[in-house]
Write a protein that binds this ligand. Structure first.
Ligand code: UT7
Length: 325
């Protein structure tokens, strides 16, 4: 595992300079104390992904040239197209290995991990690099109008190197879901093919907010607290485990209140759930690999542990992975 976050710390009080918000509201509703936002021009989504990937390779004791395939999850690519997977291929100097871009927002890393797992289990690839990276800060509405969304999101990247192994450790199962009827409840609608840039410019409508992320916060929250426990139980039941068997649950860092709700409803102890949203905010596809990296670094994940990853977000998409470390 490896991760990278920009140095620039933005506290809740810093945000009060842009919009009508305050530390008390943000901490009470989300648990977030601060997040990292890139200094414009200093970091990119692909560049942060490369930094996280290099760290992961170093920690795995592998060379970039050992990588057979790249999976890159993000909702905030450098370009509309191509996706950032190919930029990683170039930056790491990999000789024409395939690069797949995953578009599953908060569930992107778990979806990507699932893809990598299948390629490894079928024998197609031996070593797959899975990256989640997001640069949200540049595209957020930093006026009071956007405060319900903007205070939550942070920038950063995390990466995993997955390799084939003969022992009984590894990914036990992955579980992927979607429900497109709620696509617009958490979305950035335009510019895209349903609303081209020239139309946005032509309309010149100051009330058109389609190019900022929109979130129906209450609605998303209610679905999240239902889907997280469901998909975690699905993974446990598939493998004959129960919640008390989990050594560490690493939930997507959407909102500390959501993680606490899951913990209570599944009767998990504090030491069974990892949270770091307080420091980084919600980094979407990067949140799970950043959290898992920190959990590994701090010794909270040890060989033989049962680790559960779970995510929910825009799409709606949700997913889980059960791993024997
Ligand atoms: O990662 C992808 C998945 N995303 C999620 O899972 C997020 C799920 N949703 C949430 O985490 C929460 O809904 C939020 C944290 C986004 C919002 O919390 P909430 O408790 O649902 O607040 P709300 O949207 O119902 O707003 C309550 C009040 C409103 O004022 P009025 O209408 O009651 O006067 C908002 O205008 O809080 C106001 N408000 C704020 N006040 C200060 C909204 N944002 C802010 C803010 N600072 N940043």
């Amino acid at each position: 595992m490896g991760f990278y976050v920009p140095d620039n710390v933005v506290t809740n009080n810093d945000l009060s300079a842009y919009m009508d918000t305050n530390d008390e509201w943000i901490q009470e509703r989300t648990g977030i104390q601060e997040r990292r936002w890139v200094v414009p021009g200093e970091d990119t989504t692909s560049g942060m992904g490369v930094k996280a990937a290099k760290e992961a390779l170093k920690n795995a004791g592998l060379e970039a040239t050992d990588v057979d395939f790249i999976v890159f999850a993000t909702l905030s690519p450098d370009y509309y197209f191509p996706g950032p997977g190919v930029q990683v291929q170039e930056a790491l100097g990999l000789d024409t290995v395939g690069a797949l871009d995953v578009r599953n927002q908060c569930s992107g890393f778990v979806y990507g991990l699932s893809v990598a797992d299948q390629f490894i289990k079928t024998g197609m690839y031996n070593t797959v690099l899975v990256i989640g990276s997001e640069l949200h800060s540049g595209g957020l509405d930093k006026s009071t109008r956007g405060r319900g969304v903007t205070v939550i999101f942070g920038d950063g990247a995390g990466a995993a190197v997955m390799t084939a192994s003969d022992d009984d450790s590894g990914v036990l199962s992955t579980h992927l879901h979607s429900q497109g009827e709620h696509a617009k409840e958490l979305a950035l609608i335009g510019p895209a093919t349903n609303r081209w840039v020239d139309q946005i410019i032509k309309d010149n409508d100051e009330n058109d907010l389609s190019y900022f992320p929109y979130m129906n916060g209450n609605f998303v929250f209610k679905h999240a607290v239902t889907r997280f426990p469901q998909v975690i139980m699905e993974a446990l039941e598939k493998n004959g485990y129960q919640p008390s068997d989990i050594d560490l649950l690493v939930p997507h860092q959407a909102n500390l209140r959501i993680a606490q709700f899951i913990q209570r409803s599944m009767k998990l102890r504090d030491d069974q759930v990892f949270n770091n949203i307080m420091k980084y905010g919600n980094t979407t596809a990067a949140s799970i690999p950043i959290a898992l990296s920190e959990a590994v670094n701090s010794g909270q994940v040890k060989k033989g542990d049962l680790v559960c990853l779970a995510a929910f977000g825009s799409g709606f998409t949700w997913a889980s992975a059960l791993i024997k470390w």
